[in-house]
Design a protein around this ligand. Structure first.
Ligand SMILES: *Cc1c(COP(=O)(O)O)cnc(C)c1O
Length: 243
């Protein structure tokens, strides 16, 4: 029996064990650098997994869920919207900004235009939306992150935004088998956060760093992650391609 099959037979058993293991990894990494595990938010990435998995995750006590496609997420939210905080972690085109308002957090803010649209959509629906600026640390424009000058423009425009609130930074480093290879990118994100904080102290509180996935969460936590985005280590390998 494959892991997927076990999951289908009784999702909660495998899930519970996986969640315990992931929390343990977070906690060991946090302790090793004198941080508190409770300062790190575990975002369970449910992309490509079924509504059954979403319900099982919620029953297992997970309250932060991450998705990278609007349509797929809206479908799942129809069942479980009120029971979790929903995080959008995929690339967001400006013309889809209105739909992204269904999320509590968007991790992929990368332009002033997108911020303008998110703020206006949030204003129209009378609710706040939490945003993280996706930073291009590696110079890989394929990952859709914002350059440093664009980040400064975003923070400048954020002064005018009543409904869209910038809470921190996010990054996706280039893939590497060896988690140590991602350390410089995570460190650079933290240093960028510190720089922005000291240069733009009045604008925003950049409390959050969203970084780290299943295979490199320890390194991310050691470098200051406050949110880790974990799919595979909780739900098993994705059988459908999600990109
Ligand atoms: C899929 C995805 C994740 C989760 O990756 P895993 O390796 O399965 O933990 C995290 N962040 C983003 C942006 C993703 O698209």
């Amino acid at each position: 029996m494959t892991e997927q099959n076990i999951l289908m037979t009784d999702p909660t058993i495998t899930l519970t064990a996986n969640i315990v293991a992931v929390k343990k990894r977070i906690s060991l990494a946090a302790t090793s650098v004198g941080r508190k595990a409770t300062d790190i938010r575990l975002i369970a990435v449910t992309k490509t997994f079924s509504i059954g998995h979403v319900e099982a995750a919620i029953s297992a006590g997970l309250i932060d869920l991450g998705e990278n496609k609007i349509q797929e997420a809206l479908h799942k939210q129809a069942i479980a919207k009120q029971q979790a905080y929903w995080h959008f972690i995929g690339h967001l085109q400006s013309n889809k900004a209105r739909k992204a308002i269904a999320f509590d957090w968007v991790h992929s803010l990368n332009s002033v235009e997108l911020l303008r649209r998110l703020n206006s959509a949030a204003a129209d629906s009378g609710r706040l939306i939490n945003l993280l600026i996706q930073a291009d640390i590696s110079g890989e424009s394929t990952k859709h992150g914002a350059s440093k000058p664009e980040i400064y423009r975003i923070l400048d425009y954020a002064r005018e935004c009543q409904f869209a609130k910038i809470k921190g930074l996010m990054t996706i480093p280039p893939w590497s088998e060896n988690p140590e290879k991602t350390r410089p990118y995570f460190r650079a994100l933290r240093e960028l956060r510190d720089e922005l904080r000291s240069n733009e102290p009045d604008v925003v509180q950049l409390d959050h760093l969203s970084m780290g996935m299943s295979h490199d969460l320890e390194v991310a936590v050691e470098e200051g992650a406050t949110m880790v985005r974990i799919g595979t280590a909780i739900f098993g390998r994705r059988t459908t391609k999600s990109k």
